[in-house]
Ligand binder design. Structure first.
Ligand SMILES: Cc1cc2nc3c(=O)[nH]c(=O)nc-3n(C[C@H](O)[C@H](O)[C@H](O)COP(=O)(O)OP(=O)(O)OC[C@H]3O[C@@H](n4cnc5c(N)ncnc54)[C@H](O)[C@@H]3O)c2cc1C
Ligand code: SF4
Ligand code: SF4
Ligand code: SF4
Length: 406
C-alpha cells in the first residue's frame, strides 16, 4: 500500500475530510497539504510515490470511520439503531462556563473550552489542540496548540471552515513525546484519532499513551475556506487583506459573523445569512458525511438551542448553554473535575427537540445514500436513513422573506 492508493481510494473520489491524520501518522513524514488536499511532498521524497507502509490509509476516516471497532473498545458494545445519531453516552447535561469572559466569547456557553482548560489544569495535559486562525491570514482557519488555559478563550467558538488539522500534533509527538495532549475536533478528527490509537505503530502507541482527553462539537457540516473568503469579499464587501480577526459566533446568542479590519472597524454578517451563503461551498465528503457526532469522543457538545438558524432570524434573547454528552470514564472525570473547580455549571437535561443541524444532516445523508456516489460508511453497518420525505437543504434554511411568503 502506498500514498497512490490513498489518492485513488480516498482523495480522488472526494472522500477526504482534510483531517490531517495521514500527515500525523506517516512514519517518514512525506505527506503535506496543497490547500485541503494531502500531497506527497516531492522535496521530502524526490520520487512520485513512497515506501508503502500503508499507515496513511489505515488511519484515514475518509471512507471508513471504523466506529463499531472503537465503540467495542470504549464501551464494550456497538450502538443500537435508536442511538444512530447520538452514539453511546452515559448522560446528557445542560452546561456552561462560569467565567463571564469565556461564557461571552464561546459558541454555546463554553463547556468545551472549560473541559480543555481542565485537562491542562488537572488531567495531565501539557498542550491542547484546537481550531484557531492562520497568523499570516487571520480570516483563514488553522490548528493551534495552546498551553495556557486562559489563552483557550480566544480559540473558543465554532469555526465553520475546513483546515488540515491533526498534522499539527506531529510537532508535539516528535519534539516532546512525553507531553500529555487534550484536543477538540469534529467527528472526522475524533474518528481518525481513535483509529490511530488502535494502530501498532510508533504514532499509534504515542496516541494511546499521551492523548488524555478528546472533546467534540457536533458537526452538521463544515465549509471550504473559499466560503468564508466569498462571504468577506462579496457579502461584507471587505478586502481579505484588511481582515485582522474573524469570529463566527460573536455577540448575543447565537452570535453573528464578526470581521475586524485593520482600520479598527467591526463588520457583521447575520449568522443565518452566512449559513445560507456557506451552503454553496461544501465538499462532497461533508455533504455525504454519516456522523453528526462521532460518538467516540470522551465528551460531545451540541448547541443547547435546537434551532440556532431560527434563533438568529428571530433574534430571540436566551441564556446560552450546550448539551454535554458524557461518554467515557475520561469524559466523566473531566466534567466532574471542571464542576469541582467551579469552572463548569451543569444540570441533567432530557434529550428533547429536533436539532436543525442534525435534521439537515439526516436529509442530506438520506439523499446521498440513494445517489450511487461513493460515500463514507455510517456508524452502523448496513443501516440506511429512512425518511418519509427528503427535505432539500434550501428549504430547511429558507431565507426569512421566503419563510414569510410561504
Ligand atoms: C463545523 C461545525 C458545525 C456544527 N454544527 C452543529 C449543529 O449542527 N448542531 C449543533 O447543535 N451544534 C453544532 N456545532 C457545535 C456548536 O456550534 C458548538 O461548537 C458546541 O455547542 C460547543 O459549544 P461550546 O460553547 O461548548 O464550545 P466553545 O467553548 O466555544 O469551544 C469550541 C471548541 O471547538 C473548537 N472548534 C471550533 N470549530 C472547530 C472545527 N471546525 N474543528 C475542530 N475544532 C473546532 C474550538 O477550537 C474550541 O476549542 C457545530 C460546530 C462546528 C465547528
Ligand atoms: S504513511 Fe506510509 S504509505 Fe502513506 S505516504 Fe507515508 S510512507 Fe507512504
Ligand atoms: S487521513 Fe484525513 S486528510 Fe488524510 S486522506 Fe484521509 S481524510 Fe484526508
Ligand atoms: S461534516 Fe463530517 S467530514 Fe465534514 S467536517 Fe464535519 S465531521 Fe468532518
Amino acid at each position: 500500500m502506498t500514498f497512490h492508493q490513498l489518492q485513488r481510494e480516498i482523495i480522488e473520489p472526494g472522500l477526504c475530510t482534510a483531517c490531517g491524520a495521514c500527515q500525523l501518522a506517516c512514519p517518514p513524514d512525506v505527506i503535506g497539504f496543497d490547500g485541503l488536499l494531502p500531497v506527497l511532498t516531492a522535496d521530502a521524497w524526490g520520487a512520485d510515490d513512497c515506501a508503502g507502509c500503508g499507515d496513511c490509509l489505515a488511519v484515514c476516516p475518509g471512507l471508513d470511520p471504523a466506529t463499531p471497532a472503537a465503540e467495542e473498545r470504549l464501551f464494550g458494545r456497538t450502538r443500537e439503531p435508536a442511538e444512530r445519531w447520538t452514539g453511546v453516552f452515559a448522560e446528557v447535561l445542560a452546561g456552561h462556563a462560569t467565567e463571564p469572559g469565556l461564557y461571552r466569547a464561546s459558541a454555546s456557553g463554553g463547556s468545551l473550552t472549560v473541559l480543555l482548560q481542565t485537562a491542562l489544569l488537572a488531567l495531565g495535559a501539557g498542550v491542547a489542540l484546537c481550531m484557531g486562525r492562520d497568523p499570516e491570514e487571520p480570516w483563514r482557519a488553522a490548528p493551534v496548540l495552546v498551553r495556557d488555559p486562559a489563552a483557550l478563550v480566544e480559540q473558543s467558538q465554532s469555526t465553520y471552515q475546513l483546515a488540515p488539522y491533526l498534522g499539527a500534533l506531529r510537532q508535539v509527538m516528535r519534539e516532546e513525546p512525553e507531553t500529555g495532549v487534550a484536543l477538540t475536533g469534529v467527528a472526522c478528527h475524533i474518528q481518525a484519532m481513535r483509529k490511530l490509537q488502535a494502530m501498532d505503530t510508533a504514532a499509534g502507541r504515542w496516541a494511546r499513551d499521551r492523548v488524555v482527553l478528546m472533546v467534540e462539537p457536533a458537526c452538521s457540516s463544515s465549509t471550504r475556506p473559499e466560503g468564508t473568503a466569498t462571504l468577506i469579499r462579496e457579502r461584507a464587501e471587505i478586502p481579505l487583506e484588511s481582515v485582522v480577526r474573524l469570529r463566527y459566533r460573536e455577540g448575543e446568542y447565537p452570535g453573528n459573523i464578526e470581521i475586524r479590519t485593520d482600520d479598527g472597524e467591526r463588520h457583521t454578517v447575520a449568522f443565518w445569512q452566512a449559513v445560507r451563503d456557506f451552503a454553496a461551498n461544501k465538499t462532497h465528503r461533508c455533504l455525504s458525511c454519516g456522523d453528526w457526532m462521532s460518538g467516540i469522543a470522551d465528551v460531545s457538545v451540541s448547541d443547547g438551542d435546537p434551532n440556532i438558524f431560527a434563533a438568529s432570524v428571530e433574534q430571540r434573547e436566551q441564556h446560552k448553554h450546550g448539551r454535554v454528552f458524557v461518554r467515557t470514564g475520561a469524559g466523566a472525570k473531566a466534567v466532574a473535575e471542571a464542576g469541582a473547580r467551579g469552572l463548569l455549571r451543569h444540570t441533567p437535561v432530557e434529550l428533547a427537540g429536533l436539532n436543525l443541524g442534525l435534521e439537515r444532516k439526516r436529509n442530506r445523508r438520506a439523499s446521498y445514500e440513494k445517489s450511487g456516489l461513493p460515500i463514507p460508511n455510517g456508524p452502523i453497518p448496513g443501516h440506511t436513513e429512512e425518511l418519509a420525505e427528503i427535505v432539500p437543504d434550501e428549504r430547511l434554511i429558507a431565507a426569512p422573506e421566503t419563510e414569510a411568503s410561504r
